[in-house]
Design a protein. Structure first.
Length: 429
């Protein structure tokens, strides 16, 4: 089938197929779901998986074809048509094939794999994965699996759970889609607004988990952050979605935060606090991209949490030095966040800013006065923030106690290294 080139090593072929799998998997699954229907997402995934396995086998023997992506798409098309042609498979999966595909001349079927159609299918898949009939944790898992090509072990690792739990989430999500008879579409009107909130939340959760990985050896899971941004860009390219101001606000926030990647980790793999980062390492092109989207988000009379968070991050990006940050404005923005929804984590973040505009003792009093701070007892930043504030007030015993509690809670090696470095500094303070 493919043109023969020099035979590649098994490792080279495996690496190439893995790269294609990551970048083309979600596109193909989305396109085939449009053909097979939302009740058969698993079938679409199986066809793509089989196509990738065939690539691995064929290319190891015959060499990589001139157009690897085209080869994968052609194989996926043939496998999909084979499914459609087999009555037994159609009955097993209860395929509701579209009118175009009911033709007896299935050999002449042209599955629509052009770029515009695939983009539209991916948008439909985002809204399918984030349908309100699916729980939020299952929405994230299904999005990562079907749209981003993440394996079940990768998803389990990213969200601090085991593979069995992820499998159960995926099974529940697919079952919910079937039972609710979810249409493969980008909704409109009021339904678009209600479903959009879920989609944006999933993208934001994905980015946040990548931005500071809560488990594993990698301090930043770049692939999660890149996928979150890619999905945001995919959505804003669509005329039905680019007038929703929350979307550019979220993209601005992600670009601002991504601009600091290089400065967030030192050569020992330890997290570097904002005030200690070398701002020369911040990516100015990403900051510029962030301000582009922040400006777009202000074209409509709407204020969301994404707008406020992006504006806060924009303050950090415009300051030449940490001392130049307008902390009073940042504090006012945190007050606005709390006005939208008051949570313990938002109160904790506000206390950190309060320590800049007032002092550490005032910030500590704010934390102690929080009525529902008990829910933060297992939240690592709660203890590390208190440790820093206690250190600034001179109460080194309590600072050490708080750091030790944070260490006890941390499953992430990079976070542990950062906490141990703080503990070492405290000992010699």
């Amino acid at each position: 089938m493919p043109d023969k080139h020099s035979i590649a090593s098994d490792n080279e072929v495996s690496t190439k197929v893995e790269h294609l799998f990551r970048h083309e998997y979600g596109k193909l699954v989305s396109a085939l779901t449009n053909t097979f229907g939302t009740s058969n997402i698993q079938l679409a995934e199986d066809v793509v998986q089989e196509s990738m396995m065939e690539a691995l086998q064929q290319w190891t023997y015959s060499g990589e074809p001139e157009n690897p992506v085209g080869w994968i798409y052609k194989v996926a098309k043939y496998k999909a048509i084979n499914v459609i042609n087999q009555d037994q498979l159609r009955k097993k999966h209860k395929l509701l094939i579209s009118g175009e595909l009911n033709s007896d001349e299935t050999g002449s079927i042209e599955l629509n794999f052009d770029n515009a159609a695939i983009v539209d299918d991916q948008l439909r898949m985002i809204f399918t994965c984030c349908h309100l009939c699916i729980s939020s944790d299952s929405q994230v898992a299904l999005t990562l699996k079907t749209l981003c090509g993440f394996s079940i072990p990768e998803i389990a690792k990213a969200f601090i759970t085991n593979e069995e739990n992820i499998n159960k989430r995926l099974v529940r999500a697919r079952k919910s889609i079937r039972e609710a008879n979810v249409h493969f579409e980008v909704p409109s009107g009021d339904e678009l607004r209600s479903r959009l909130d879920s989609v944006l939340e999933v993208i934001y959760l994905m980015f946040n988990e990548g931005y500071q990985a809560s488990t594993g050896m990698a301090p930043i899971r770049y692939e999660l952050c890149h996928e979150a941004i890619r999905l945001g860009e995919l959505m804003i390219s669509d005329d039905r979605l680019n007038r929703v101001s929350q979307l550019p606000a979220l993209l601005a926030l992600m670009y601002f935060n991504a601009s600091r990647f290089s400065a967030r980790i030192n050569d020992k793999g330890v997290f570097v606090e904002l005030e200690q980062q070398d701002r020369n390492e911040w990516d100015e092109s990403l900051i510029s991209r962030g301000f582009h989207y922040l400006n777009l988000s202000t074209l409509h009379d709407e204020l969301s949490e994404y707008h406020i968070l992006a504006t806060i991050s924009g303050h950090y990006c415009t300051a030449k030095h940490n001392a130049d940050i307008d902390w009073k404005s940042v504090l006012n923005l945190h007050d606005s966040l709390i006005a939208i929804s008051d949570t313990p984590i938002k109160r904790l973040n506000r206390a950190v800013v309060l320590s800049k505009t007032a002092d550490a003792a005032t910030a500590l009093r704010e934390i102690k006065a929080m009525p529902d701070k008990s829910v933060l007892q297992t939240y690592i930043p709660y203890h590390s923030v208190k440790a820093e504030l206690y250190k600034q007030t001179g109460d080194l015993a309590k600072a050490m106690e708080s750091l030790e509690m944070a260490l006890h809670l941390s499953p992430s090696e990079p976070i542990r290294l950062s906490l141990l470095a703080k503990l070492e500094d405290l000992i010699h303070y």
